[in-house]
Design a binder for this molecule. Structure first.
Ligand code: C2E
Ligand code: MG
Ligand code: MG
Length: 408
């Protein structure tokens, strides 16, 4: 009985010591913990410091009656849910009805039928504990739901409108070949100009888009848009590449391959000039499925880049299974001058036979380091911040495709 819980506490309130003794004896033998009070006043005092799982309450007592005590308890937020079983000598239907109307869950009559008392006590304690457990679970569930939907509702509603309202824009950040300082391509980075809040960072809205599924539409728009832009640039700069960020939930979406295939068909760009950037931590949520999807994408001819590499280290054991072409060393390693890790990642990339991009290069010192290390490509504010199409096009027109970065 109640084995997986600590023993249930029962408070017996009765002015007749014989009744109290009989009930406490019976119930103590069944493994319950008993507390007794010989008046309603005494019960109230005890209840200040103990919280029983059940109260057996005599209806008629001198001074305050059981009914009055019940009414007081039901008004107390801390005590109101404790089930109360009335003890009545009367077996009077009116009495029973009155008891229930005050919030009692049951009643027993004197003289006690022992088995009946035990059965009723067991039932109500089980129900009470179940109810409390459900409440706790419900709270946990509520917290989880809240966490899940702990998104800024207004921001989400606005994000739904961002594409149709043309509030999204793609900025392009140059990716530079370390050897000859030429722009080899651009990373497409989403920007949202919110009508009231101003510029909202992708770090804030991409997670909302992911949690709500909006990312599929937004991601498809980014893919189409950046491929279209690349096709325009290709008229003058046919070697240029574009890197498109892909969130984990996009990658796992079965429609995503069709989105990329469609983009390639519509714009006519060569798949080998498209890099899809997937973050390492996104792959680990479902490694097998992610690998399968990446293989499908690679069969289209696009290149796969593992973004922010090094911070989701748990995938290290499986990294050689990932069908990838490029690894991007996470910018924290470059910025914290953690050259040992950066070098290890570079060696790993070398042994996998993939290219390396160092991102987040802000200083000449950092550039010199990654150059000595032998990284193929670099990206960062030292070269250029992400730029709107016009500025990126100007940069190309100024000859940065011919290797003028930092060498002018
Ligand atoms: P990411 O893919 O790792 O992009 C690089 C981020 O580093 C960009 O932040 C870029 O502006 C920033 N960055 C570049 N150079 C430097 C530098 O020298 N120093 C520093 N401190 N930062 C630098 P941004 O644009 O805010 O994007 C943040 C993240 O949002 C991206 O990280 C990417 O994960 C995500 N994101 C952006 N656009 C898209 C998109 O179209 N789709 C998806 N799924 N995610 C996107
Ligand atoms: Mg990226
Ligand atoms: Mg990155």
């Amino acid at each position: 009985m109640m084995s997986k819980f600590s023993p249930a506490k029962i408070l017996v309130v009765d002015d007749m010591p014989d009744n109290v003794r009989l009930l406490t004896n019976i119930l103590a033998r069944r493994g319950f913990e008993l507390i007794s009070a010989y008046s309603a006043q005494m019960a109230l005092e005890l209840l200040q410091s103990v919280l029983p799982d059940l109260i057996l309450l005599d209806v008629s007592m001198p001074g305050m009656s059981g009914y009055e005590l019940c009414q007081i308890l039901k008004l107390d937020a801390r005590l109101k849910d404790i089930p109360i079983i009335f003890i009545s000598a009367l077996n009077d239907i009116q009495d029973v009805v009155h008891g229930f109307s005050l919030g009692a869950v049951d009643y027993i009559t004197k003289p006690f039928q022992i088995e009946e008392v035990i059965a009723r006590v067991n039932t109500h304690i089980s129900l009470y504990r179940l109810q409390r457990q459900l409440l706790v679970e419900n709270q946990t569930l509520q917290t989880k739901i809240q966490e899940y939907f702990n998104i800024d509702r207004d921001l989400y509603n606005d994000l739904c409108q961002a594409v149709p309202n043309q509030e999204l824009e793609i900025y392009y950040q140059p990716i530079v070949c370390i050897l000859d300082n030429k722009i080899s391509g651009f990373e497409a980075l989403l920007r949202w100009q919110h009508p009231k809040r101003g510029r909202v960072s992708p770090v804030d809205f991409i997670p909302i888009a992911e949690q709500t599924g909006l990312i599929n539409n937004i991601g498809a728009w980014v893919a189409q848009r950046s491929m279209l832009q690349l096709s325009l640039w290709h008229k003058i700069y046919p070697q240029l590449m574009v890197s498109i960020n892909v969130a984990g939930s996009q990658l796992l979406d079965p429609q995503f391959i069709a989105v990329i295939e469609n983009g390639l068909n519509v714009t006519g760009v060569s798949p080998s000039q498209i890099k899809l950037e997937i973050t390492e931590s996104d792959i680990i949520t479902d490694v097998d499925r992610a690998i399968y999807q990446l293989q499908q994408l690679r069969e289209l001819g696009v290149k796969i880049c593992l973004d922010d590499f090094g911070i989701g280290y748990s995938s290290l054991s499986r990294v050689q299974e990932f069908p990838i072409d490029v690894i991007k060393i996470d910018r924290t390693f470059i910025q914290q001058k953690n050259w040992i890790i950066a070098n290890i990642i570079h060696l790993l990339a070398d042994s996998l036979g993939v290219e390396v991009i160092a991102e987040g290069i802000e200083t000449v010192e950092q550039l010199t380091k990654v150059r000595t290390m032998g990284c193929d490509y670099g990206q960062g504010f030292l070269f250029s911040p992400p730029l709107p199409v016009k500025a990126a096009t100007d940069l190309l027109a100024q000859g940065f495709l011919e290797g003028q970065f930092l060498s002018q």
